[in-house]
Ligand binder design. Sequence first.
Ligand code: GAP
Length: 454
Amino acid sequence: MKDVSMEKIVNLCKTRGFVFPGSEIYGGLANSWDYGPLGVQLKRNIKDDWWKTFVESRQDMVGLDGAILMNPKVWEASGHVETFNDPLVEDKETNKRYRADHLIEEVTGIDADGKSLEELEALIKEHDIKSPDGNELTAPRQFSGMFETSAGAAEEGKQKIYLRPETAQAIFVNFKNVLETSRKRLPFGIAQIGKAFRNEITPGNFIFRTLEFEQMEIEYFVEEAQWEEHFDKWEAARMAWGKSIGLDMDRVSGDDHAPEKLSHYSKKTVDVMFDFPFGRQELWGMAYRTDFDLHQHQEHSGQKLLYTDPNDNHRKFLPHVIEPSFGVDRTLLALLVSCYDEEEVDGDTRTLLRFPAHIAPVQVAVLPLSKKPELQQASERVLKIVSSKWRAEYDETQSIGKRYRRQDEIGTPYCITIDFDSLDDHAVTVRDRDTMKQDRVPIDELVAYFEGKF
Ligand code: GAP
């Protein structure tokens, strides 16, 4: 496994326009990040590929785009208002706050996830754990991860509502609508991509843990008796997708949660773990949510959410659910770590991102060798040809060597150079990012050449 530092990744993201610190000109806002021109394109490519793989190319999947703000009763029914908490301890001197389970794990190496407040307090006492500033800690208490806001124009009569902590609930509350309009039969799934918000006690590690992030979630509805079979299929499907987008599979492993670590809705959870530069951490989750959510919403709303089986005497029942859940931002970070590389070339260090061609923010760069008008005109013609099919960028600044380096750093798989010979032989030079090999290709054959490559 290559050694990649977060410092290099964060620096590349800032200098090349993938990710900027949020609200930077006002001194920033802790743990908020803005995606720049290349970052937003990379994010879009990840989401589009996910949607194509799991929704568009399957007959058993449909999509949904639910509202972020929902009736607060949704979150009472789902159990989030009561149980979506993390254990918090406070430094008695500085009042800085920490997640008790994370602090215990950092100091002792003990996995304290899912332990009760009493167990956490006992561990803190037993190991004499202090805050990172060396001060006494308060006893652990529960802290809600739900972001609250209010709706309504007048101060009086304002309603307390929540920013959704997961996209999943919009899928459950629309189960009946989707079932009736799409007329899907079990097993089938509903997918959604969108923002989620969590008041994390210890956000950090760049875009790994933030208060605002994006999720790509699937609720896959099945007969109870078939849940294990579908769980296994989704495990294989998410691994295959991870590999296809360029994740370094040597960094990927699974974490089957022990019963005490399960969320309130889950009977089985297997996370995909990724070896980030700051340690092995959850990349994606997958839970068997049973019929917990549909059952809760049926009870709380008073609406029947039953499925009628047309093949079994119109038997009515609540389907069970497998939920593969992917964080967009964590996927993007894992991809940067996977694709980042450095090599020595002619005594110089060449930095590159080895993105697969379908995921790279820029797929082809068009680089005239000089700014002479005749080369510019020829280059514009080439740009028109390639940009009708692929994400292309035109760059005529700086030396050709520096332009190649910049394209390597942003992960562009192919650069086309137009030189003075191009005006006579109507051919261009195509340079491969990974091998740095160059091919002379007639302009008329460029589309066929790249179709063979992409
Ligand atoms: N609906 C299930 C659910 O939300 P989760 O494991 O809490 O499960 C799913 O979250 C995924 O969302 C995680 O695996 C991770 O990729 C992403 N995620 C969760 N919290 C995050 C945060 N604070 N910042 C960035 N991504 C986060």
